[in-house]
Design a protein around this ligand. Structure first.
Ligand code: GLU
Length: 440
């Protein structure tokens, strides 16, 4: 069975970049009838907070990306320690004592000589006396994983065949001097323990995958299938992390974004599929294929998203809208059909509700014209033909036509120069209110 995971670090709010990765995993699992795990990568106790973890969960739920299992790395430390001991006993871990400054110096020297800055494995050659000296100085070791110097290959669902040479990579630090784990080992241990079959993540992790391929083998596991997705940038091509403020899921939601508009956008941006709005996650999952992801860098286009949001609202059925209309009186299918094409965000509905049922400030410039029109209002019952019948009569009586006919009537009836079609609005406004407004 397909098992995937989305693994955010709860060190900030969920932004569109992470949400896109969460969605890709969710749709992939859904498409294959698999399981979706939410894993909080919260080993960094200084930067992770319960508030961010809660906010990520809330944002995921709002998007509809429910998970089958929730795991927190902070509760799994014993598993990481066991893996560390296993690797150390197998001779794959070695202690290093360099300070960050010393490492930096080594790197600069290598670069100055035109060499790639690969760790020189000095830690492997330390003798007991040297180790004792370091420890007497109060240095605590950090631990590196000894990579096998061989070719590392996999078939990536997005990138195709990928290969690295082990000797071109630095042996990665897995455990810091203070005993805490960096991302690399816990992630691989979790992927093994949780039976992850497919890892879909950002292409910033490609080099980590090369290392993790060897970690999986060293821990006696078969590596999962990988898909590395190019990261979303802003419209100017800059990494999104630079300007996350307005691009968090929470801020988009507060700004009136529909979850399905955002889902539809994020599922399709950067793929060979058309960017169009779908009614449900199920619809998106039905034809989701991670292999449609392109190799180019996708750009986040706020205008395209806005247009999709309007399209999502214009396609929202009354049944789906109804629970969100409960605070408004007199709302029925006819009202919804009349105002829906004019919504840019759902909350706009209150404005059109007020135009239909509340107090408006009629704007009347030509009093005689409006008085003449008021005198010609047909008697009820009113329906969608009333507007034409009435304006034809006003046109005959006054000679006004086109914009000179329609705009003053709209301004007097609604107080606004734009809005839903009056042929739909007029019967909802009704004769009593219409007459009141025309008579100022
Ligand atoms: N916490 C990691 C990140 O957000 C997870 C990467 C992964 O999917 O393995 O980058």
């Amino acid at each position: 069975m397909t098992v995937v995971r989305f693994a955010p670090s709860p060190t900030g709010m969920l932004h569109v970049g992470n949400a896109r990765m969460a969605l890709a995993n969710w749709l992939y699992a859904q498409h294959k009838g698999g399981r979706f795990i939410l894993r909080m990568d919260d080993t960094d106790a200084d930067r992770s907070t319960a508030e961010f973890a809660d906010a990520i969960e809330a944002d995921m739920k709002w998007l509809g990306l429910e998970w089958d299992v929730l795991e927190r790395q902070s509760t799994r430390m014993a598993r990481y320690a066991a893996a560390f001991h296993r690797l150390r006993d197998a001779g794959r871990m070695y202690a290093c004592y360099e300070t960050p400054d010393e490492l930096d110096y080594k790197r600069k020297r290598q670069l100055a000589r035109g060499k790639p800055p690969i760790y020189d494995r000095a830690g492997l050659d330390l003798n007991d006396a040297q180790i004792k000296t370091f420890e007497d100085e109060g240095r605590a070791p950090h631990w590196r994983f000894r990579l096998d110097h061989e070719t590392i290959e996999w078939h990536d669902l997005v990138r195709g065949p990928v290969h690295f040479e082990g000797q071109n990579l630095s042996d990665p630090v897995l455990v810091r001097g203070n005993g805490t784990y960096l991302y690399m080992l816990p992630s691989a241990v979790d992927d093994i323990d949780l039976g992850i079959t497919d890892v879909i993540r950002g292409e910033d992790h490609v080099a980590n995958t090369a290392v993790q391929m060897q970690l999986f083998s060293a821990l006696g596991a078969t590596p999962p299938t990988f898909a590395h997705v190019p990261l979303l940038t802003d419209i100017g091509g800059k990494g999104l992390s630079k300007r996350l403020g307005s691009l968090t899921v929470a801020s988009l939601r507060d700004g009136g974004m529909e979850a399905m508009a955002l889902n539809s956008y994020l599922a399709h941006v950067g793929t060979s599929d058309a960017i169009e709005v779908r009614e449900s996650l199920k619809d998106l999952a039905a034809d989701f294929d991670i292999q449609h992801t392109g190799r180019g860098t996708p750009k986040f286009d706020p205008d395209q998203l806005k247009a999709l949001n309007a399209a999502a609202l214009h396609g929202l059925s009354f049944d789906d809208a109804k629970p969100r209309l409960s605070g408004l009186d007199n709302v029925d299918e006819i009202f919804w059909a009349a105002v829906r094409p004019n919504l840019e965000r759902f909350d706009d509905v209150s404005l059109w509700h007020k135009v239909c049922f509340g107090d408006v400030h009629p704007v009347i410039e030509d009093k005689d014209f409006i008085a003449a029109a008021a005198g010609l209002l047909p008697s009820e019952p009113w329906d969608e033909t009333t507007w034409k019948a009435w304006t034809d009569a006003v046109k005959d009586a006054t000679g006004a036509k086109g914009k000179a006919l329609f705009l003053p009537l709209r301004l007097a009836l609604t107080g606004l120069d734009h809005g839903p079609e009056l042929k739909a609005l007029l019967p909802i406004i009704g004769r009593k209110r219409a007459s009141g407004r025309l008579n100022g």
